[in-house]
Design a protein around this ligand. Structure first.
Ligand code: GLU
Length: 484
């Protein structure tokens, strides 16, 4: 049987560097073994999933060269590859489990579950479902669900003391009974949970190796129980160590840029990023530091991945990118520039904004500099406008931080009207004058108090540059001190 691996991202935000990292190892194993690599969109969380996020994931992974053989956009024999199009399949499988006695309907109300949690917390017991509805007679459960009483379907975890599950990198992992409560498989609205959809799909899509991040380890006993209950053969499980910040905490956008779009906009090369992520796995023979994706695949061995928490260090990535850059022939480098910041597409978005404000071509470089830079300097004039009258730098920094986290980060469709709406909503919620918010953001994002129309300018700059400069402004304001 040929090796089949998958990346199964949830399209809930900007494309994450961790997704690329996990995709890379799945890709490498499939390519090395002459198998298939799949992309499956796990959008069972209807509230948080967004088509724009899905598109960005496709684009970012393609940019990195991690192409898939089957997926929502390319089709394949085991589709559909988007979970929201497979709900009927999950429902049938949940019913099958109930028939087998491996799952049961649970009628406990959210209030009862809340009270149960509170009690468990108070008594310092392990949190989790206490199994009340598991004890219901099948006929009664049947009668209540036929009568339309709202319910979820829960997996009946085995009563055995512990479960031991093999992981390719970690060996046998032991899960105590207290770590395994009866998880919900189907919610009361009939939507599946991650556990059910993920296992059913891995089986139906003939996945042979589940290679994913360490954070899913705690789900493993539930998944194994699902394989057992369905009487399905299990794939090989391999949980990769999480990428970490320098302080060893899980990589997060508070400490490092984590969006692949950031690295793309900042002018990193896809081959350097792939090279760097591959290095994190520590699988290259002879400690080789610079290599191509093909070289990585050729030498790849899943077993050799090292378990030490790999630290994602943007400075090291920058250094590696520089090595790639300096090896390029100038015409190649030129082609890269032209495919990117100097592309016709980008220039034709910048020019209409700049044209009204310059008289010579030289003026373009003087005036338009901020459309091409990464960070921008704030001179004394700019600093005067960064903080609105009557506000302190500390207050302004705090406001920008909230704006960033609550309004900018979640904005997946980055265009003028949406940006304007986000800034206005922030002003309203924060009790700021809209014009003050606009000026602060204008200066923070461009280094200037006078620019082309603000929302169009922010739209053309792109979310990643705007985020980066807002962070820069926050740092600058904090350094300026509370009363400066
Ligand atoms: N949807 C999960 C994620 O976003 C997939 C985890 C897995 O690979 O099982 O990472």
């Amino acid at each position: 049987m040929s090796v089949r691996t998958r990346i199964a991202p949830s399209p809930t935000g900007d494309p994450h560097v961790g997704t690329a990292y996990v995709a890379l190892f799945n890709y490498a194993l499939a390519r090395k073994q002459g198998g298939q690599f799949l992309l499956r969109i796990e959008d069972t969380d209807r509230q948080r999933s967004h088509p724009a996020s899905e598109q960005m994931i496709f684009e970012a992974l393609r940019w990195l060269g991690l192409t898939w053989d089957e997926g929502p956009d390319v089709g394949g024999p085991y589709g559909p590859y988007r979970q929201s199009e497979r709900f009927e399949i999950y429902r049938q499988h949940a019913e099958e489990l109930v028939r087998r006695g491996a799952a049961y309907p649970c009628f406990c109300t959210p209030e009862r579950l809340e009270a149960l949690r509170a009690e468990q917390r108070e008594k310092k017991l392990a949190l989790g479902y206490d199994g009340r509805c598991r004890a219901l007679a099948a006929a009664e459960a049947q009668r209540r669900s036929a009568a339309g009483e709202p319910h979820v379907v829960r997996l009946a975890m085995p009563a055995e003391e512990a479960m031991v599950v093999p992981d390719l990198l970690r060996g046998d992992i032991r899960f105590e009974r207290s770590q395994m409560d009866d998880q919900v498989l189907l919610k009361s609205d009939g939507f599946p949970t991650y556990h059910l959809a993920n296992v059913v799909d891995d089986h139906l899509m003939r996945i042979t190796h589940v290679i994913r991040a360490e954070e899913w380890l705690s789900s493993l006993p539930k998944h194994v129980q699902l394989y057992r209950a369905f009487d399905w053969e299990m794939p090989v499980f391999c949980h990769l160590p999480l990428l970490r910040n320098a302080d060893k905490s899980k990589i997060s956008k508070r400490k490092n840029p984590v969006s692949l779009n950031h690295y793309r906009r900042a002018g990193f090369f896809p081959e350097a990023l792939v090279n760097y992520l591959a290095l994190m796995g520590g699988v290259m023979a002879n400690d080789q530091e610079q290599f191509t994706l093909e070289e990585f695949v050729a030498g790849f061995s899943l077993e050799r991945i090292s378990l030490g928490g790999p630290v994602f260090d943007p400075q090291k990535l920058t250094w590696l990118n520089g090595k790639h850059l300096r090896k390029m022939e100038p015409p190649v480098l030129l082609a890269r520039l032209r495919s990117y910041l100097l592309s016709d597409d980008y220039m034709l978005r910048v020019l209409p904004l700049v044209q009204e404000r310059i008289d010579t071509l030289e003026g373009f470089f003087e005036y338009g500099h901020f459309f091409f830079a990464g960070e921008v300097p704030y001179d004394a004039g700019a600093m005067k406008h960064l903080v609105p009258k009557g506000r302190t730098p500390a207050e302004t920094a705090k406001a920008l931080q909230i704006l960033l986290e609550e309004r900018i980060d979640p904005l997946l469709e980055w265009e003028s009207a949406a940006i304007e709406a986000a800034l206005r909503a922030f002003a309203e919620a924060a009790g700021w004058e809209a014009k003050d918010v606009f000026m602060t953001v204008r200066v923070a994002a461009t280094g200037r108090a006078a620019t082309p129309p603000l929302f169009d300018t922010l739209a053309v700059l792109g979310k990643e540059v705007v985020r980066r400069r807002l962070r820069q402004a926050i740092q600058t304001l904090k350094a300026a001190g509370p009363a400066a």
